[in-house]
Design a protein around this ligand. Structure first.
Ligand code: MLT
Length: 245
């Protein structure tokens, strides 16, 4: 396995793709996607554009769809939900398709959607992500891609990349080649904060933004490590389902 970390989609190589891309948007899109599938969503369809989301979801039966839209941390007018993972319950989500568009996370997904395998990961399903990467030997090249914020670096996304890399390196039975220095830096960042992830979120610019929007409970939930086994995997362009294990 050749392992690389990219802090934002903009920093990924433009001339080639990996066998497997793991998209990270800890606060909050990839936490939300894993949670929606964990509580019973049929699938999660990720859109960079709200307009395309609204247009495509029109063709989906109204009783079998929910629309989640977020920009700048707040809910988009006309959507059923924002992007708080705590808004997603089994009662309202079961068997429905979630159409979602967020400021950065769904944009990051689009940037790597043509890779052979695309996963999304968060702290809540970190171990499930690593277990899958280690059990299959067809992940010759793996990118851990942070979403960042509007092209800028985000502490929490790179910290999760470090958490994934650290667990991979500690548990692998096959050689892992570290392809860029960002892997080492991400592991160092995570190692510094692994016992106090919520405190890290309080230092992060987007964590502060969400606190300003009253999303303390979201930060607490998004900092919970390995609380679900659900792993979102792309089955068609931009559409994620719960991996059958
Ligand atoms: C993003 O896409 O940047 C985040 O998911 C925004 C949010 O906190 O909902």
């Amino acid at each position: 396995m050749k392992l690389s970390v990219y802090h934002t989609p903009e920093l990924t190589p433009s001339e080639f793709l990996p066998d497997t891309a793991v998209v990270i948007d800890v606060l909050r899109a990839t936490t939300t996607i894993a949670t929606a599938l964990d509580v019973g969503a049929e699938a999660v369809a990720a859109y960079r554009s709200i307009d395309n989301l609204m247009q495509d979801s029109q063709d989906w039966p109204e009783t079998l769809r929910l629309r989640a839209g977020e920009r700048g941390g707040s809910k988009v007018e006309g959507c059923d939900l924002g992007n708080s993972p705590l808004e997603f319950s089994p009662e309202q989500m079961k068997n429905k398709r979630l159409f979602i568009s967020t400021t950065n996370g769904t944009r990051a997904i689009e940037s790597v959607t043509k890779a052979s395998t695309v996963l999304t990961s968060a702290f809540i399903n970190r171990k499930a992500t690593v277990d899958y990467l280690l059990e299959k030997d067809n992940h010759q090249s793996v990118w851990l891609v942070g979403s960042g914020w509007e092209g800028g670096y985000s502490l929490e996304d790179t910290a999760l990349a470090g958490a994934l890399a650290k667990l991979l390196l500690e548990n692998t039975k096959v050689p892992i080649t570290i392809e860029n220095d960002e892997v080492i830096a991400a592991v160092a960042l995570y190692s510094q904060w692994e016992d106090r992830l919520l405190d890290l979120f309080y230092q992060a610019s987007h964590g502060k933004r969400l606190l300003g929007l009253g999303c303390q409970k979201d930060l607490e939930y998004c900092s919970s490590l390995d609380i679900i086994d659900t792993l979102p995997i792309q089955k068609e362009k931009g559409v994620f389902v719960k991996l059958d294990v």
